[in-house]
Design a protein around this ligand. Sequence first.
Ligand SMILES: [Zn+2]
Ligand SMILES: [Zn+2]
Length: 95
Amino acid sequence: MTHSKKVTILTCAKAIHKIHCGECNWEQFIVAETDAPLKTCPWCGWNDLNISAISKLGGSQNIHCEKHGDVTVMIPNENMEVGDFMDNLFCPFCD
Ligand SMILES: [Zn+2]
Ligand SMILES: [Zn+2]
């Protein structure tokens, strides 16, 4: 294994929000720059989220590979925290 230095870290790791909307019933994953709480279903605009299931699920980080461009790595796992990302991801398309 060789760590390619052609990868640039584009963003800090961000939490993956999971919302299961009680209105449209879609389970959705959302990653954003902001740390603000979710208030509206992005799919149908429903904003009474009392009937929706919202949680945070792992983290996501954007990297840029010289060869493959921008890549988003998401680890949607309840055992993973945003703080676990060490800013040293590899491009998954390089060998
Ligand atoms: Zn909805
Ligand atoms: Zn690559």
